[in-house]
Ligand binder design. Sequence first.
Ligand SMILES: [Zn+2]
Length: 109
Amino acid sequence: MGAFSVVTAPEETCPHCGSRIRRGVQFKYGALWANRYAVGDPVEWGVGDAGEPARLVQVMGDPEPCPVCGDEPEWVYDIVVRDGVIVSVERGTSDPYVGSDDYVVVLEQ
Ligand SMILES: [Zn+2]
């Protein structure tokens, strides 16, 4: 039972070991009881919810270590949730989230 959920990012190359990997990305939006998501899954609600449902939301995600070498990258991920469904997980920066609650930015109510 963690206070965050995890979504599996699309395949990428680890900058440290060069392996093709699919890492987990931790985030806080929706129910917070260690849900495991893939792109295309609807966000679940009902337990320790973070944020509120909206039409278009961008959530900052923290990368989990490379499953091959354990390297922890310094970048963050942008998780886009449209109409309650995770539509993309891509590398981003923390800039859009400065001052936001729980690193969630509502783009469309
Ligand atoms: Zn690696």
